[in-house]
Design a protein around this ligand. Sequence first.
Ligand code: PLP
Length: 379
Amino acid sequence: MIYLDNNATTRPLPEVIAAMQHALECGWGNPSSKHPKGQDAKTLLAAARAEISAFIGAQPVEVVFTSGATESNHHVLHGALMRPDMPRRIILSAVEHAGFLKSALRLRQDGVEVVLLDVDTEGRVKIESLRAALEHDAALVSVMAANNETGVLQPVAEICALVHSRGIPMHVDATQIAGKLPFSFAGCGADLLSLSAHKLHGPKGIGALLIRKGLTWPVMFSGQQERGRRGGTENLPGIAGFAAAARHAMATLHDEAERQTRLREAFEARLRAIPACVIHGAGAARLPNTISLRIDGLSADRLLGTLEREGICASSGAACSSGGSNPSHVLLAMGIEASQALGAIRISLGSDTDAEQLSRLADLLQTMSESLRSAASVG
Ligand code: PLP
């Protein structure tokens, strides 16, 4: 099996599994308990928080553990609207993660004005669209750091500076960039940031919302855990696994980013020689590991079906929309025709990917494209 769907999820590392097992065996106490068993768990929790905050360039007090980026994004949206004296208006890019967009657009039913920022043909937010949106006050601006479907990077530092000049809180969904390229909460200038551990070889069901120190942001009013911001007994095995993944990412990120960039460039050189093969967002800076492509005349279902029979796991362009038969909102926002967007597939490399696997994939895509062309010429 060749696994090329690392933007959907990644394989948990052995050290992640070991850290989780250790937390289950030795850190099963409740970190809120005052007795020694609770204090053991509390010590593990503090160590994990320190490692994760160092990894993402934040202070430990800025980290609120959540069940993952979906929950973090939810708290960002609803927190923005719960803050006193805030306008009921939020601004986000048209290419945000499908789940996040869906929950933002749902707010329109409650009378919230939701402004979507245009992107250019490569999928980058148009700064003039942001400037126009900022002519009126808003409770929040949210732009992702890297797109999950195309890998296209957004100019987040520039966007954050512009948003701050209007005194509006800025959120960055860093779920896909974390662990793939150097990225820091402090460095990008965001007020809020979302993460999920399973995108960087950690466990599922654990992530974080970072809240800039000094910013009061309503999250969840219940227990006293997470400084009263997100109640509920902490998922210590998940948090310990997340910390092990963060430690691994810090140690390997630079080399791995370079290695995957080389692999991706060689693979894309092969793709460029395949008739009617198009790489989406090819003109923009992208994640080292992500390629969104189509071969005009072939549907994503057909491409993926063939790849699956050959033991290759990839996903459709609209990787996160259920059903998979709708064109990707990201590609539509980039001005790609719906019929063409329906042909998009996403290849996302990981630490297990090598040149031989990608060469096999390129051979298959080439054969499919050639058979299509020869069938068309016979017909
Ligand atoms: N944001 C982005 C950019 C993502 O790629 C994903 C997952 O694909 C999410 C948020 C949601 O992450 P999770 O399913 O771990 O909550």
